[in-house]
Design a protein around this ligand. Structure first.
Ligand SMILES: Nc1ncnc2c1ncn2[C@@H]1O[C@H](COP(=O)(O)OP(=O)(O)O)[C@@H](O)[C@H]1O
Ligand SMILES: [Mg+2]
Length: 337
């Protein structure tokens, strides 16, 4: 069998801060297949961006490994990393701060081609024009500067700049969160269309479950640096089992105000714990309605749901739905319980 396009093994990333160490990412395992969109969801501070930055090698992992196409890129030198840099591209939340305001759209999109030494001048002009059209911008914007465009247009430029290199993997970190709700759907639909046309895989980072629902094949939920639940989109976003996933799902606004009011009570009390002193046992235990003594004392591991336990699994027959929860394990829903 071919290796997955991206394989993350036991990734941990820590930061030294005044007062101690923040373990921003703790022992994360993830795989993304070719052409697959994996959503990484969770509240602010859960470690999503840190995972994304480690994958594009903007951050050095404290431990663990990242492999592309079966090749461990975790410790490659600058030079050996070069072909992989082209393969892994990132788009950021705020296209304004990630685009040089002094460069025209044409220069911005041509720049990565020049850096990677792709094509001659005329070939680059052609590639830039092709990708500009693919992201739904008119040729008229080529001479414009970031300050002269709307947020939605700028994010299209950000996408064009990443995709002009034909990457195998796109890491998209909250790409629509800074945009007006009215333009978010346009960018998300564009991303889905581009993925289908170009076939890249995508690590899609978002705090917004509605956004993940829109385009992800699989979803991983993070809490305090750990994955607490992972599975196919419906398994997690419809039949999510972890109490934290459930609280996130309950917090998604429902257009009907009567249902919305009924749901508000269900979200978890309190705030996420101080990352400098995380709970000993389950990270969620201080806030979890199901937590007992074991949850406070013993750290749970991520375990596969028994097949056929949820409607979605009965339908899909997958064993790729995993949950990190003692109480769900004790209820006999996890393999090994
Ligand atoms: N450069 C850094 N220095 C110190 N702490 C950091 C740094 N980057 C992130 N953190 C901390 O790591 C944790 C995870 O952050 P982040 O990955 O940005 O989460 P998310 O993207 O889910 O909001 C947070 O507690 C954050 O404060
Ligand atoms: Mg982030």
């Amino acid at each position: 069998m071919n290796p997955p396009l991206l394989k993350i093994d036991n990734l941990s990333v820590s930061f030294s801060v005044p007062g101690g160490t923040v373990n921003a990412v703790r022992d994360v395992n993830l795989e993304i297949g070719r052409g697959e969109i994996l959503g990484l969801v969770g509240e602010t501070g859960s470690g999503k961006t840190t995972v994304g930055k480690a994958v594009v090698r903007l951050l050095e992992p404290t431990s663990g490994a990242i492999a592309i196409d079966g090749v461990d890129i975790t410790h490659l030198s600058r030079r050996s990393m070069r072909p992989y840099r082209r393969q892994i591209q990132m788009v950021f939340q705020d296209p304004y701060s990630s685009l040089n305001p002094r460069m025209s759209v044409e220069q911005l999109i041509a720049h990565p081609l020049a850096i990677h030494g792709i094509g001659g001048r005329s070939e680059r002009v052609k590639l830039v024009r092709e990708i500009v059209e693919k992201v739904g911008l008119s040729k008229a914007v080529l001479g414009r500067y970031p300050g002269e465009m709307s947020g939605g247009q700028r994010q299209r430029v950000g996408l064009a700049r990443a995709l002009v290199l034909s990457p195998a993997l796109l890491v998209a970190d909250e790409p629509v969160s800074a945009l007006d709700v009215s333009v978010q759907a346009g960018i998300l639909n564009l991303l889905v269309d581009l993925q289908q046309e170009l076939g890249f895989s995508c690590l899609f980072i978002t705090h917004d479950l509605g956004v993940a629902e829109h385009l992800c094949d699989r979803v991983a939920v993070m809490y305090l640096g750990e994955i607490v639940e992972i599975g196919r989109r419906e398994e997690v976003l419809v039949h999510g089992e972890h109490p934290y996933t459930k609280s996130l799902l309950e917090a998604v606004p429902i257009p009907d105000p009567t249902i919305q009011r009924g749901r508000e009570r269900a979200t978890l009390p309190g705030d996420p714990p101080d990352p400098l002193s995380p709970p000993v046992g389950c990270a969620l235990s201080p806030r979890c309605p199901l937590a007992d003594l074991r949850c406070e004392q013993e750290h749970p591991s991520l375990m596969a749901m028994r097949s056929g336990q949820t409607t979605s699994e009965a339908l899909l027959g997958g064993d790729d739905h995993m949950v990190r929860c003692h109480r769900i394990q004790e209820a006999g829903l996890l393999v090994g319980s």
